[in-house]
Design a protein around this ligand. Structure first.
Ligand code: CP
Ligand code: NVA
Length: 311
């Protein structure tokens, strides 16, 4: 059976930790000037239904650094599900390339690509999950905190795709995870159960909050993301009314632990979910976090397309 990287739920704790270890070793190799061409002759198709900077560049350049090629396809070019069915596109691409990385509106589109094709499918963000981001976040936690197990991470804001994947990955790394979101914008009960399960299995805890100050008190990491995700633009006005108490600003950070760090997947809507002062503060690791996308994505590619084992 072909392996895919569509949702973290499909991956065991050991595999997820193994991906981070692989990302660390690929990063070290990169900075020692020696990317091994383990993907020589391989091509990844990058399919986008939404805009992207980090995901597109990190997967495309990641392929190149490992000796392969990335081919980006915009929605206008292939008309996913419009000009042609998702199933047919997947069947066709399976004869041309060695993997598909796709950024889609509906998570089911990824499941369909996987069902009808015969090559690995990688989730470059769907409405419900962003595992490619989460592995880079896990790598950043390890770099910034040493062993992150036993530390506390609070995600403040919308219970969205980024939150869902982040909280699972951090829980697998043994981090105590919390979320502060307004009523109506939390993860579902089932999703919270999944996070709790992973956390408890790894000696950690998961706690949901409504009050952001309570949630941030005692945190070592405070993380936020946009209040309105791509595809939700018609809800912008309503969300702008609800979310301001959840802004990540220096006042909120005063409640976190001394030496705590600030994370954000980017792109940031500065002045909304995060202030300039917080994003550009000494505590911010936004850019090392973004740079880690490259090394994290190379780990996914090396494993799925290059057959590199996880240890
Ligand atoms: N964080 C992230 O996925 O960035 P892009 O939308 O620019 O790819
Ligand atoms: N939650 C955001 C993440 C962007 C990387 C969105 O889906 O638009």
């Amino acid at each position: 059976m072909t392996s895919h990287f569509i949702a973290l739920e499909d991956w065991s704790d050991a595999e997820l930790r193994g991906l981070v270890t692989l990302a660390q070793s690929l990063k070290a190799e990169h900075f020692q000037g020696g990317n091994t061409p383990i993907l020589a002759g391989k091509t990844l198709a990058l399919v986008f239904e939404k805009p992207s900077l980090r995901t597109r560049v990190s997967y495309e350049i990641g392929m190149r650094q490992l000796g392969g090629n990335g081919l980006s396809l915009s929605p206008q070019e292939i008309g996913l599900g419009k000009r042609e069915t998702v199933a047919d596109i997947s069947r066709v691409l399976s004869g041309y390339v060695d993997g598909i990385m796709a950024r889609v509106f509906d998570h089911n589109t990824l499941l369909e690509l996987a069902k009808y094709g015969s090559i690995p499918v990688i989730n470059g963000l769907s409405d419900s999950h962003h595992p490619s981001q989460a592995i880079a976040d896990a790598l950043t936690l390890v770099e910034q905190l040493g062993d992150p197990a036993g530390k506390t991470l609070t995600y403040v804001g919308d219970g969205n795709n980024v939150a869902r994947s982040l909280l699972i990955y951090a829980a697998v790394m043994g981090v105590n995870v919390r979320i502060a979101a307004p009523e109506g914008y939390h993860l579902t009960e089932d999703e919270m159960d999944l996070i709790s399960e992973r956390a408890e299995r790894n000696g950690a805890s998961f706690t949901p909050f409504i009050d952001p100050i309570e949630a941030v008190t005692g945190a070592d990491v405070v993380y936020t993301d946009v209040w309105t995700s791509m595809g939700q633009e018609e809800e912008t006005a309503q969300r702008l009314k609800v979310f301001p108490p959840y802004q990540l600003n220096l006042e909120l950070m005063h409640h976190a632990n001394p030496g705590s760090i600030i994370m954000h997947c980017l792109p940031a809507h500065r002045g909304e979910e995060i202030t300039d002062a917080a994003a550009d503060s000494q505590q911010s690791v936004l850019f090392p976090q973004a740079h880690n996308r490259l090394h994290a994505q190379k780990a996914v590619l090396a494993h799925l397309l290059g057959g590199v084992a996880l240890t």
